[in-house]
Design a protein around this ligand. Structure first.
Ligand SMILES: [Fe+2]
Length: 247
């Protein structure tokens, strides 16, 4: 049984895969990663502006002390999903707590943001889940959406998040740097992907194949650098559902 917030309403949608989505699924199967662009995925033109206004602010984002990097602000939502053929049902999941992730030991509680009441945010989650190749997706599971505002370091070192798929989507950025990279997990000297994601761009990859990270932000003259990103996880069943982690 899904563990849903009692006040959340399940949302049900029929999803049709566009050629763009089919292409991303194919790249994930062949290469283990793919890039995307919000306009090609059909996001509304004002998606980033509306999302940033609604969520990337100090009412939603909070610092977790101690955090790594220390000056990062964040909020998290966890959504429970069920696929019924092409229909995707979403509901808020009751628990957002996980342990020992991303080289950060122990248990930490993050600020909660509820995204499903917002059509824009809900459609973003639906699109992200639809990128997973059909033959690889689970009938049900959890999806984490982490809103990160970083100013200096984006992450501290190449790492894995111990989830099934990771999706990094940049909402806004001031400054340069923050070059995303993937190294092969079975050969950490081999760089597979390296690019600086601009606002509107997305990177999706299968977490167990790579070590991922990003270089530090670099401010321009007189600037405070800032990067707003949504880092999503298509989770293994054991992350929140209390089931054995699948392979
Ligand atoms: Fe990560």
């Amino acid at each position: 049984m899904p563990k849903t917030d009692s006040e959340s309403k399940p949302t049900c949608h029929e999803l049709s895969a566009t050629a763009e989505i089919e292409g991303i699924r194919e790249k994930l199967l062949v290469y283990g990663y793919a890039t995307a662009n919000d306009s090609r995925l059909g996001f509304p033109e004002d998606f980033r502006d509306k999302f940033a206004w609604a969520y990337f602010n100090d009412e939603i984002l909070h610092s977790d002390v101690p955090d790594i990097p220390v000056d990062r602000k964040r909020a998290r939502d966890v959504v429970y999903y069920e696929w019924h053929d092409s229909r995707l049902d979403l509901s808020e999941y009751e628990n957002i707590l996980i342990k020992n992730r991303g080289n950060i030991p122990g248990e930490r509680r993050h600020s909660r943001v509820l995204l499903l009441d917002d059509d824009y945010a809900c459609n973003f989650i639906r699109t992200c889940l639809s990128l997973v190749p059909t033959e690889r997706r689970h009938d049900r599971g959890t999806f984490g959406a982490n809103l990160f505002r970083t100013f200096t370091q984006v992450v501290t070192q190449p790492h894995q998040d111990s989830e099934e798929y990771i999706i990094i989507y940049v909402v806004g950025k001031v400054g340069t740097g923050a070059e995303s990279y993937l190294y092969r997990a079975d050969n950490p000297d081999e760089l597979v992907f390296s690019a600086t994601l601009r606002p509107g761009e997305m990177l999706i990859f299968k977490d167990d194949l790579f070590l991922h990270g990003a270089t530090p932000l670099v401010p321009g003259d007189g600037q405070v650098a800032q990067r707003d990103a949504i880092v999503c996880t298509v989770d293994y069943p054991g992350t929140y559902l209390g089931e054995a982690t699948c392979c």
